[in-house]
Design a binder for this molecule. Sequence first.
Ligand code: UT7
Length: 333
Amino acid sequence: MTQITAAITAVGKYLPDYILTNAELETMVDTNDEWIVSRTGIKERRILKGENKGSSYMAIRAAKDLIQKSKIDPKDIDLVIVATATPDMQAASTAAYTATQIGATNAFSFDLISACSSFLFAMSTAASYIETKKYKKVLLIGADKNSSMIDYTDRATCIIFGDGAGAVLFEPNEEGLGLQDEVLQTDGNGREFLQVAAGGSQLPASSETIANKQHYVFQDGRTVFKYAVSKMAEVADKIVARNNLTKENIDWLAAHQANKRIIDATARRIGLDEKQVMLNIEKYGNTTSATLPLLLNDYENQLKKGDKIIFAAFGGGFSWGAIYLKWAYNTNN
Ligand code: UT7
């Protein structure tokens, strides 16, 4: 019997129009372009403006972009997963709303939340649903409105994050392409170093939590940086070694775009050159769940069928991991 693997067969994206530049940030907090670029690699990021727009606003548009490009009928989608750290609201699923809005009326749907590892972990989930042969079309969207939880008077966090969404479609493949291997890990000892303390079940919203600014992202940047460098490099190295991959036969590194220095360290650890490393941090900053699918969108025209891609991510929790995937199509553009 033919073995079924789970391949990415289409991508789509949405980025808000508003560009928040380093120059504008200089007018908001005590920072400067030179510091931001040299410490993070970020020049600008997108911000979703307007009332009543949550992550679903961007998720819907990224999904519609994919549907329009791939010409699939949304009614054929079996499952919609929205990977996000910023769901529209508590209790009501962002994925359910997104699925209905894009016309995926025959799909079931759910959110997958694991900070900056949400999309990576959801790739594993989406692929597993295909590999069971129960479902044939799984739409995975990574969408985050990070600006909804950033304190724009805190220079330690406001320079890093941006908003955006990217989508990928997973389908069965009989040529052995798609997801090959994964190493996924978590360590709850890390949660004190990167979190939004209030607004969840542990510390519900109150006038006190608002006064204490506990609904904003808190990050101990140095500690997170240290762990991110060591853990992302460690899992990337592990997945490379156990799949007998080498610098010569890996085509791309698609790493979470939190800080260019972390991406560079991961690339160095597995011996890759700059030209093998996908990058868009300069334009979008850290878009959390959207970083990996946005990379695939930006590099789609350069990707060739059979290309070997190493994905890696690190985020709050702590949570981190690496995935090895073989690209499944050539674009005609
Ligand atoms: O996506 C989830 C995972 N998140 C990450 O992976 C992020 C990991 N962390 C980082 O990327 C980095 O730690 C940051 C970009 C957040 C900070 O860079 P850093 O090189 O670790 O800076 P630092 O926190 O060690 O601060 C160095 C100096 C400090 O000044 P002193 O104490 O040396 O005088 C800071 O006060 O830079 C100062 N500083 C700034 N200066 C200008 C901190 N933020 C800024 C700023 N502009 N925005």
